[in-house]
Design a protein. Structure first.
Length: 364
């Protein structure tokens, strides 16, 4: 399986919602032509005795509750005496909150969908080094050198479409095709507050330059694209026939398909000379000075264990970072996709200029 990943950064502090759940109930990204050796699968025996694990772990997360709750439930089947307190917000909101709380941290773990933000926060000394053997087993391109943060899953950027509204011969083959006037009023996408969207634009700007990226955003705006804060609304609108096309992460297509929606998927820019499909990651960071460091490490280790990775793969249709964990049925392997050859982890300084460019081009 190819391993390549993505990042991001945002701003603005907005009210956050807390959800309490108790224990009862892809250095440089690998080029797309490289197939790395599978990292060793971490055995569950490397984790502490379940009878000795008890207390609370506080997790700040930008992941939707529906996507993250199955992971917590699986964790609690192994560690029933550990309560997981989840505080939800956007990538930028949570980053701002962690910076505000840096002198007296309230969180133990940050889980987000934006590697650029993870790199930015690491530079601000928000994370603590993590010597876990489980983290060390993850490919070096998918984690901080000191283990303070690590990727959990990988996601490709795709176009999903309503099969009842779009004929096969009409399908776009490139992201740039979304600016074609024939799609006016028929596209859904995330806005500039969304990590995956901004990371995609950072990568596009790196590969194709400022002018092409600006013209792409201008074209989306001119086409009266409906912009949302997240991708759930996009995929639901496409599945319901309210929109023909949606620019999303791949697993939103599979979630809609599992619900019986009439949807198809396009992996864009696969031709010779085209930029390939962009990949981003979800990530976990160990908060420096957090109140429960041992349980925080335990929780991260579980998410990177075969059991935790299996939940992400089977329930969420994401790509696991452990090579030996099988994909969900029908999920296209990364080896079968032409991936964008970018090193987003090294581009976190570009997020500010890219956001300014995108918003200047009209992206809300």
């Amino acid at each position: 399986m190819n391993h390549i990943w993505n990042p991001l950064r945002s701003g603005a502090v907005i009210a956050l919602s807390a959800v309490f759940i108790t224990g009862c109930g892809q250095s440089a990204a690998l080029p797309p032509t490289t197939t790395p050796a599978a990292p060793p699968v971490v055995a569950a025996t490397t984790q502490p005795d379940t009878a000795q694990a008890s207390g609370e772990v506080v997790v700040y997360t930008s992941r939707a509750e529906a996507l993250f709750k199955p992971v917590i439930e699986a964790f609690n089947t192994v560690y029933p005496a550990v309560n997981v307190t989840m505080l939800s917000g956007s990538n930028g909101e949570l980053a701002s909150k962690l910076l505000e709380e840096q002198s007296s941290p309230k969180a133990d773990v940050l889980i987000n969908s934006d590697t650029l933000t993870m790199e930015s926060l690491a530079a601000e000394a928000i994370f603590a080094p993590n010597s876990s053997a489980t983290v060390a087993a993850i490919p070096a391109a998918l984690r901080a050198e000191d283990g303070s943060w690590t990727s959990l899953t990988l996601r490709t950027r795709v176009i999903m479409y309503n099969t009842e509204l779009v004929k096969p011969e009409e399908l776009p083959t490139s992201l740039l095709d979304l600016t074609d006037p024939k799609w006016k009023g028929q596209i859904g996408a995330a806005d500039s507050t969304n990590g995956a969207m901004m990371a995609n634009l950072v990568g596009m700007r790196s590969l194709l330059g400022e002018q092409v990226t600006s013209e792409f955003v201008q074209g989306l705006v001119a086409n009266e694209t409906q912009f949302f804060g997240g991708h759930t609304d996009v995929r639901k609108a496409v599945g319901a026939g309210e929109l023909k096309l949606g620019f999303v992460n791949h697993y939103y297509y599979y979630l809609s398909k599992a619900e019986g929606a009439p949807v198809g998927i396009i992996f864009p820019d696969q031709g010779e000379g085209q930029m390939g499909v962009h990949v981003n990651s979800t990530n976990a960071g160990l908060i420096k000075g957090g109140p429960n460091p041992e349980l925080a490490q335990l929780f991260i280790d579980f998410m990177l264990s075969p059991e935790g990775q299996k939940v992400y793969a089977e329930k969420n249709y994401e790509y696991p970072v452990l090579a030996d964990v099988p994909l969900a049925a029908d999920v296209t392997p990364l080896n079968d996709i032409r991936l964008a050859n970018i090193e987003l982890r090294t581009l976190w300084d570009d997020i500010g200029p890219t956001r300014e460019l995108a918003q200047g081009a009209g992206l809300p």
